[in-house]
Design a binder for this molecule. Sequence first.
Ligand code: AMP
Ligand code: MG
Length: 500
Amino acid sequence: MFSLGFDNTYARDLPGFYVPWKPAAVPSPRLLYLNGPLAAELGLDAAALQSGDGAALFAGNLVPEGAEPLAQAYAGHQFGGFSPQLGDGRALLLGELIDTHGQRRDIGLKGSGRTPFSRGGDGKAAVGPMLREVIIGEAMHALGIPTTRALAVAATGESVYREAALPGAVLTRVAASHLRVGTFQYFAARGELERLRQLAEYTIARHDPQLLGAPDRYLLLLRAVARRQATLIAQWMNVGFIHGVMNTDNMTISGETIDYGPCAFMEAVDPEAVFSSIDHGGRYAYANQPQIARWNLARLAETLLPLMADGEDEAAVKTAVAQVTEVIDAFPDWYAAALLAGQRAKLGITAATVADDEVDTNLTADWLSLLHAQSVDHTLAWRRLADAAGGDDAGLRALFSDTTAVQAWLARWQQRLALDTPGPGPDRAARMRRVNPLIIPRNHLVEEALNAASNDGDLGPFQRLLAAVQRPWDDAPEPTAYAQPAPAAVTACYRTFCGT
Ligand code: AMP
Ligand code: MG
């Protein structure tokens, strides 16, 4: 029997937080993708997994020894409305592995069939959206952004029915954990105080063990989660990533990005950019993401209050409310600091004092306004700015229809750079190219790759795009089609779909 060496704390320590469940058997498993480097990081034998057993395993037909598959319970605010029971409707946690760095990682399946949490859904997933998880997750990872990752995708040989019949697939996902804001909301909404406490203790032991036993550990947990989210969202914003469905059940406690459904990368700079077909009000638009993160953290804070103060004790409740409010109110500052640190690096600024904060914030804000005013591609503009730092601003100017304003801005930027101490290591342009990617997963190319795989069974475009996004900083060979934005008409109509 196949053994991966599981050690399952969630199953062992948190009975009552899940339903033990088995993946559905599928007719003909076939491995479409295996992440070799990630398998190695998990201490798994990639070559063995490539064999017939691997396909059966990753399609859910073979439950490996030591796995204790289970569907996790969670709740969540979806587009602002609270659902007290969501849970793993098409996913299962198989178990946990300790990776070669000593880190505990969840191994889960997505698309593995109906569970008691499926509500009206079929519990299934299609090839296209599961390959999207691979491409976007690996791109995020290569960009240095915390993310869950795809270990494998297996085709099932059966059809799933959406607007049309689509080839089915199962994704194997690796995560620091699948604990979400919504996990806390599930037990808080049910008034299950003891379980809530158990969950908080489990979370602290797993993600913030330095807080174990601290008298104010629940407050400190909130603070740690808020800090992780502040850095994460700042990283999203600095690469133009739009998650698309930042419901509280899609916000992790670990600070990893999770659930690549209706996500997209912004091309022409537009604070209001939305691609998700179900986000009619623009709740999860590009520029709203930091406020939404804060809103979600406030929902997490609410769940922790009953652990921090006895509800009967008015004074204690008041203190606890004041304490969590302080954290929620600090979030915008933490976010702004993380954003600015990232932006400084993108601008080529190596050293800054607090006195420079306003200058640099204004410099970046004006740069982004310029890009917005002329609908300039976010990724290429930053990348060409690196070339400009190296003395060649022709490529940058070519992105603007009217170069007068950018000329004035470049002069300001050069003045600012003149005050900057040259950092160690490679020169400024080279350093800037290490933080301003040339390659992001361009929406039209993602779509092309997924369509070829799904409609024609052709994995070539997927494999080539994946290889490209795994090397986001590469210069050569330029110009590459992978670096070019979609024609504006394509972007204007681009929509991504949820629940696929
Ligand atoms: P998501 O927006 O993809 O994070 O999913 C939100 C909720 O819907 C989760 O509880 C999922 O398990 C559930 N869900 C999404 N798609 C399906 C499906 N095809 N079958 C059953 N449940 C689903
Ligand atoms: Mg989800």
